[in-house]
Design a protein around this ligand. Sequence first.
Ligand code: ARG
Length: 462
Amino acid sequence: MTDDANQMWGGRFAAGPDAIMEAINASISFDQRLARQDIEGSRAHAAMLAATGIITDNDAKAIREGLLTVLSEIEGGNFPFSIALEDIHMNVEARLKELVGEPAGRLHTARSRNDQVATDFRLWVRDQCDAAKSGIRTLQKALLSQAEAGADWVMPGFTHLQTAQPVTWGHHMMAYVEMLGRDASRFGDARARMNESPLGAAALAGTSFPIDREATAIALGFDRPMANSLDAVADRDFALEFLSSASICAMHLSRLAEELVIWSSAQFRFVTMSDRFSTGSSIMPQKKNPDAAELVRAKIGRILGATVGLFTVMKGLPLTYSKDMQEDKEQVFDAADNLMLALAAMEGMLADMTANPGALRAAASSGFSTATDLADWLVREAGLPFREAHHVTGSLVALAESEGKDLPDLTLDQMKSAHASITDGVYEVLGVDNSVRSRTSYGGTAPEQVRVQIARWKEALS
Ligand code: ARG
C-alpha cells in the first residue's frame, strides 16, 4: 500500500485513484446528510459488539463517546469532509480514529458499508415519512378551517371545468382533506413496511461473528431485523415507496394549486391570496401573481422525476449491492425537501387566503347549474322517466340560453311550453341554496353532510 492509496480499503492498491475516479466515486458532498443516522447506527453496532463480547466494553465506550464528539463537530458545521474518504461512513470513521485511536478500527467488525448505508438511508427516509405525515396534518387543519368557515357557501361544482352543479365551499375543501388523508396513510404504510433493520447483513452474506441483530434493530427503533441478508443490502423499496407516496401527494398539491391559480384570477375572483404568498410584476404595476401556488403546482415535476429516476437506477440491478445504488440518495433528498416545502407553502397560502362568498355564489347561480335539479323535479313531481326529464330540461336550457337568461328567470308559461305538468313548485329547486341543501346523500354536498365530515376529521386530527 502506498501513501496515496485509500487508507480505509487501499491494502491491495499500489496507486491512488485518478482525480476523475475520485470525483465520480465520492458521495460525501451529499451523503453527509446521513451523518446523524450513520452515527446512531454505529453507536448501536458498537454497543452490540460489546454486549456479545466481540469487542471489549472499554473499546465500545471509547467508540460510542468518540462518535458523539464527531456528531457534535459535524452539527457544528465546520467538519472538514474529505473527498478522498469518499462517503459519510469513512469520513466519520477516519475522524473517530483521530479522536480515539486504535479502538476505532474495531467498529467495522461484522459490518460492511453495504448494510451500513442501507441502515442509514432507511433511518433517514423513515424520519421523512414522519415529517411528511406531520406536514400533511397541518395542511389538513388549514383546509378544515376553510371548510368550517364556508360549510354552506354555495359555489359552482365543475366537471370538464364547466359549471356542473352547485356545491358548497366546505365540501370542496373537504375533498382535499380526504385526498391528503390517503397521502398520510400511504406514508404511514410505507413507514411500517420499511421498519426492519438491514444492519448485520454485513457485505451481503451475514457474518461469522456472534452478533445480535435483534438488539441493534431494537436500539434503532426498528421492529425486527430483515430476514434475508442479500435482500437487506440490495433493497431500496423503502425509498421507492417514499417517493411514490410523495409523488401522489405532490400531484394532489398540484391540483389544489391549480385551483388557487384559477380562483385568484380576475375572471374568477373566488379567492384573494394574501400579499405574503403573492408577488408583483416588474413591469405591470397592477399585477399580483400567485407564484407560490404556481411553484407548488410544478413541484410534482421534480418529485415524480426523482421517482422515475430511482426506479430506473434500480431496474435490472443484479443482487446484491452495486455502486449504482449510490445514485439513490440525491433525488430522494431533493424530493423530500421539495415536498416539505410545498406542504408548508400550501398550508401558508390556505391559512392566509380569503374566499369571496359573493363571487362563489354568483358563479354558482349562472351556467344553468340547477338543470339537474329541474330534471330530478320532473321525475319526482311529474313522474317522468329520467331520460325524458333530461330532454325536457335540455329544451328549457336552450330556451333560456337563447333569451340570455338563467333557468329561474323563465316564466311559468315558458316552463309549461316544454312540459304541461310543470307547476310553480319547480322554482323552489332552481335556487342554488335549495339545490345544495337537497343533496343529503352520504358524502353529498349538503351543508349538514359536510359538517358531519368536518366533525369526523376534527376528531381524527386532534
Ligand atoms: N457511498 C456508498 C453508497 O452510498 C456506500 C456503500 C459503499 N459500498 C461499497 N461496497 N462500495 O452506496
